[in-house]
Ligand binder design. Structure first.
Ligand code: NAD
Length: 244
């Protein structure tokens, strides 16, 4: 199996794309540590679902935007699992508003949750990965981070920041066999996109439909695995061709 004997830490994985990533990674043989923000019940039910697949799994209530919480999270995961081979920075939010109406809190919330979280978690796994002489970090950006989007200046800035950050980490850590790549999803069916009127933009998607979490997760599993051992600093769009 592609990820046998590896441990993956995924942020914000009790629903949506993060949940799909955790499931696909478990199916590929990885042990799964994941963080969630609010529903302990949902997180525990998901742990049971993962354990049935024959891997170790544990949920941690942890705010990815908080530096100290991220420090504790990685400490706890290392104590429970022994190592972290794969980090997936998935946690993200939107606070969509046109710039004229965007408040300072809308900017701060999105930048902290989407971008600072990537710094927080990456910082904590670097030393353990160096000790293990390898690791794979996968950051979930968005095609909006490349193209921009009216009404999403805060979100687009956070997602563009992830791409620059990831390329820098790839350059800093390549000699240590730590790879850092980005997935840029297009429109994926989750709670985040549930309220969007998608009919208008489906016609602009070459594959003529929205994507699903599993399709993003398959690309993440590939980047996490040794199949991608010579790939670092790259952004792969999983968007049905929309970003062309
Ligand atoms: P979602 O809202 O369904 O899930 C986001 C998850 O992140 C939730 O489980 C939430 O609890 C968690 N989260 C939020 N803030 C957190 C915090 N501070 N600490 C820990 N966890 C936190 O959204 P999704 O569609 O599954 O999005 C997952 C990722 O994919 C996000 O980074 C999002 O920006 C990105 N993305 C989504 C789409 C899409 O179309 N759905 C497109 C491009 C990128």
């Amino acid at each position: 199996m592609l990820l046998e004997n590896k441990t993956a830490l995924i942020t914000g994985a009790s629903r949506g794309i993060g949940k799909a990533i955790a499931l696909q990674m478990a199916k590929a043989g990885a042990n799964i540590a994941f963080s969630y923000r609010s529903s302990e019940e949902k997180a525990n039910a998901f742990v049971d679902e993962l354990t049935v697949l024959g891997v170790n799994a544990k949920a941690y209530k942890s705010d990815a935007a908080n530096f100290e919480a991220a420090e504790k999270l990685v400490k706890d995961v290392l104590a429970d699992f022994g190592n972290v081979d794969i980090l997936v920075n998935n946690a993200g939010i939107t606070r969509d508003k046109l710039m004229l109406r965007m408040k300072s809190e809308d900017w701060d919330d999105v930048i902290h949750t989407n971008l600072k979280s990537v710094f927080n978690l990456t910082k904590q796994v670097m030393r353990p990965m160096m000790k293990q002489k390898g690791g794979s970090i996968i950051n979930i950006s968005s095609i909006v981070g490349v193209k921009g989007q009216a009404g999403q200046a805060n979100y687009a800035a956070s997602k563009a920041g992830i791409i620059g950050f990831s390329k820098s980490i790839a350059q800093e850590m390549g000699s240590r066999n730590i790879r850092c790549n980005v997935i840029a999803p297009g429109f994926i069916q989750t709670d985040m996109t549930a309220d969007l009127d998608t009919e208008g933009f489906i016609k602009n998607i070459p594959l003529q439909r929205l994507g699903n979490g599993e399709e993003v997760a398959d690309a993440v599993v590939f980047l996490a695995s040794d199949m991608a051992r010579y790939i670092t600093g790259q952004t792969i769009s999983v968007c049905g061709g929309l970003s062309m």
